[in-house]
Design a protein around this ligand. Structure first.
Ligand SMILES: C[S@@+](CC[C@H](N)C(=O)[O-])C[C@H]1O[C@@H](n2cnc3c(N)ncnc32)[C@H](O)[C@@H]1O
Length: 418
């Protein structure tokens, strides 16, 4: 039975999902949009794990807070942490990493302070679009927040939101919902529209006019999984370590150019002296082309479009002898111990769930140095435990705030064989 009366408690910390956590009758209570030190009145809602979730009724006395920069903060599901002052913000993100490591009994020789990256630089956004509104989902809801401002996105992405409203009115009836994925490439914005219906001639013409008027690099639409370009005004590309790579519509990119540069610099510093590198979960080759400046690199990636782009880019750049690539599902078929012989360094940058299967093989390998890139301290710590049990030691962890104001933390870590 939920407790009917509001309760008063003090928020002690911010958890990995971005909610403030206080305690009441020995249970953790999770309250969104609260800060350490806040004394709050809250209404308990439902069970959450061994604790309770609650909604904020009133801040009785404020803790480590600041005024959020965005007017949508608190309703928009995009940001969770704009209300924390800088000290509490950085301490919270650092604490997530420390707690994840402790949970898996992982100790690191050195954890650097978190490196901050600028807001207003994110280069990809997935907007929900209707004939009336464009924006992001509200927190834990399908309700749309009609976007008037956004402080995390690159201004070139925000610039298409207002004009996109007119196009959405042409493409969608009053009850329909679509999606617009905008990616900022080196050649301009690449826009993909997910539409509930196949557009008619009027819709196609409107899209072509929109691509021209907004000077888009490419505009495509997708229905039932098939991507159909309407206008390719310039082929969207990204420059990875100076190599021009064609951008498939749905390929992974690091959050921003600043994040890409910071992570790449960390990988290169940690990989200094490498001669033969395997870059696992390589995507379009963010680390492949960086490491190819000093080593032979074998890139492994599951997405075929990314592998094709990477191989073509390597060939155009005259790197065919230096960079090789393979399409492979590393969860189903991790690189085996015999295949790892000959690599002095392995870089791996898996998706959020981590690289459990590949780490189980790496743990039994003789690769001298492993460089992990991760967007999830929890799966990273689990994988680190596997590697440490296999005889590696965690020499260095560098955290980065690549997803500003979100409940995410990026990191680069170096393991050495004992
Ligand atoms: C976090 S991204 C990193 C990409 C690249 N390292 C970069 O920095 O741009 C993870 C990549 O792993 C790929 N991936 C996901 N699951 C995979 C699997 N089971 N096997 C191989 N690659 C996978 C995704 O397609 C994506 O490109």
């Amino acid at each position: 039975m939920p407790h009917a009366e509001p309760i008063t408690l003090t928020i002690d910390r911010v958890g990995v999902r971005g909610d403030g956590i206080g305690s009441w009758r020995g249970q953790s209570v999770y309250v969104p949009f609260t800060a350490p030190g806040d004394v709050v009145r809250v209404s308990l809602e439902s069970k959450r794990g061994r604790g309770q979730s609650a909604t904020l009724d009133e801040i009785v006395s404020p803790g480590a807070r600041m005024v959020p920069p965005c007017a949508h903060f608190g309703t928009c599901g995009g940001c969770a942490l704009q209300h924390l002052d800088e000290t509490a913000y950085l301490a919270s993100k650092t604490q997530w990493l420390e707690e994840a490591l402790v949970q898996h009994r992982v100790t690191a020789e050195c954890i650097l302070p978190i490196q901050q990256l600028p807001a207003g630089t994110r280069r990809r956004a997935r907007f929900q679009i209707t004939a009336q509104q464009i924006g992001f989902h509200a927190r834990s809801s399908h309700r749309l927040v009609n976007l008037r401002e956004c402080h995390v996105l690159h201004p070139d992405l925000m610039a298409i939101v207002q004009p996109l409203r007119g196009l959405a009115r042409t493409l969608l009836s009053s009850k329909q919902i679509g999606e617009a994925t905008a990616t900022l490439s080196a050649k301009g914005v690449d826009l993909l529209l997910d539409l509930p219906d196949v557009p008619g001639i009027e819709g196609l013409e409107a899209m072509a006019r929109f691509a021209d008027s907004q000077d888009l690099a490419r505009l495509s639409w997708r229905h039932d999984g098939e991507v159909i370009p309407v206008a390719i005004r310039r082929k969207p590309q990204v420059a990875l370590a100076g190599v021009a790579v064609d951008l498939p519509t749905d390929a992974f990119l690091q959050a921003s150019l600043d994040a890409e540069a910071a992570l790449t610099n960390a990988v290169m510093a940690m990989g200094d002296g490498a001669k033969n590198v395997a870059d696992l979960y390589a995507g379009l080759g963010t680390f492949t082309f960086a490491m190819a400046q000093q080593a032979k690199v074998h890139a492994v990636e599951a997405a075929s479009g990314a592998v094709t782009s990477l191989v073509q880019a390597a060939s155009r750049a005259g790197l065919a002898g230096t960079v090789t690539a393979e399409k492979r599902d590393l969860a189903a078929r991790p690189l085996g111990v015999h295949e790892l012989v000959g690599f002095d360094t392995v870089v791996f940058d898996p998706p959020y769930a981590g690289a459990k299967e590949q780490c189980e093989v790496l743990a039994g390998s003789q690769v001298r140095k492993l460089i992990a890139v991760s967007c999830n301290p929890t799966s990273f710590a689990r994988d680190a435990r596997i590697l440490i049990d296999g005889g590696y030691h965690l020499a260095e962890v560098r955290p980065f705030d690549a997803f500003v104001w979100s409940a995410n933390l990026e990191l680069v870590a170096r393991f050495e064989r004992r």
